[in-house]
Design a protein around this ligand. Structure first.
Ligand code: PLP
Length: 317
């Protein structure tokens, strides 16, 4: 297996108009993908021929690229642990869902599966990596898979984070009333999410938990929220206006299989005061315990947090 530090998959034949891939400048590589229409009957070698490996330092975007300049596209971040792409099917389904919600051309799922397989074949067998899949509006422009080493989250997973609740600026009926807000789609526009993190830091916390203007809890700026209230593990209902998290759903499967109670429903901000444990969960960073919400301290359930972390590291389909 090629180590990631030398990871431009240079042993793949260069395809299409692209010249052979340059050696990767940093720890990672990308695949430029000539996105196929979802209904295209293409397999095997033909599918592979739509994938062109490039180094991360490749000059790849045109002036005026709308995906970058407007954020008009969708993406997925998939965790790779010891050579396995976690919850690949759920991520591809959400990519298709986000594309539908944004009225983008539907992704060709077999093409993305092939791209992920090619990427996995060129990542080291051990360690944590991230695959970012990016799909933009113009079918004439390439889609991308970007593979990089995951940031080391071990300290934050052990130490936990402090969060403050922040108004997301819409009420819990907005997703139905105003579908053009694209609530629930994983779009490239994360400026609001990043601004919320900066505001959380200004308020002396590490993380933001979004809430609706009518007082329902939503999600973290880049993660889903799970709170334990009265022995039940609860996450906000997607209808309130959250991105449906693959990690949260996978963790709920584990909690249910091991005899714990779970629920997906509306959570009022006031009921956070009754939580005895809480976590922010997401694909790459994994499960991170909350040590305070709006200044109210929370104990870390060390045993359950380590169990959930071990579960997230096991191969999951
Ligand atoms: N909610 C938001 C806003 C996110 O950005 C993310 C992850 O990036 C999540 C939830 C968690 O999703 P997942 O577990 O699929 O990574």
């Amino acid at each position: 297996m090629t180590p990631l530090s030398a990871a431009a998959p240079a042993d793949l034949p260069a395809r299409g108009p692209a010249s052979p891939p340059p050696a990767a400048a940093g720890p990672g590589f990308a695949l430029r993908i000539a996105a196929l229409p979802a209904a295209a009957l293409v397999g095997g070698a033909q599918l592979r021929a739509t994938l062109t490996p490039v180094g991360l330092d490749a000059v790849a975007l045109r002036v005026g690229e709308l995906a970058e300049q407007r954020g008009d596209g969708v993406f997925e971040s998939i965790s790779v642990v010891d050579g396995h792409a976690q919850e690949l099917r759920a991520h591809l389904e959400r990519l298709a869902f986000s594309a539908r919600r944004c009225e983008l051309p539907a992704p060709h799922l077999a093409q993305w599966e092939e791209a992920v397989a090619v990427a996995l074949a060129h990542l080291p067998a051990q360690g944590e990596f991230g695959l970012r899949l990016v799909l933009e509006r113009d079918p004439g422009r390439p889609a991308w898979l970007v593979a990089t080493r995951a940031a080391d989250s071990s300290a934050v997973r052990a130490r936990g984070v402090r969060a403050v609740t922040l108004d997301r600026g819409f009420d819990s009926a907005a997703a139905g009333r105003a579908p053009w807000l694209l609530i629930g789609a994983k779009t490239l526009s994360y400026a609001v999410n990043m601004a919320a993190l900066r505001e959380a830091r200004r308020r002396g916390a590490d993380e933001a938990i979004f809430v609706t203007s009518d007082g329902l809890v939503l999600e973290g700026a880049t993660s889903s929220l799970i709170v334990r209230i009265g022995g039940e593990h609860v996450t906000p209902a997607p209808t309130a206006g959250v991105l449906q998290g693959t990690t949260q759903q996978s963790l709920f499967g584990h909690l249910e299989r091991t005899g714990r109670r779970t629920a997906t429903r509306g959570i009022r901000v006031a009921s956070l005061a009754r939580a005895d444990a809480a976590w922010l969960v997401s694909s790459i960073r994994g499960v991170v315990p909350l040590t305070a919400i709006d200044g109210r301290e929370l104990e870390i359930d060390v045993a359950l947090t380590s169990e959930l972390h071990a579960y997230l590291r096991s191969p999951r389909d």
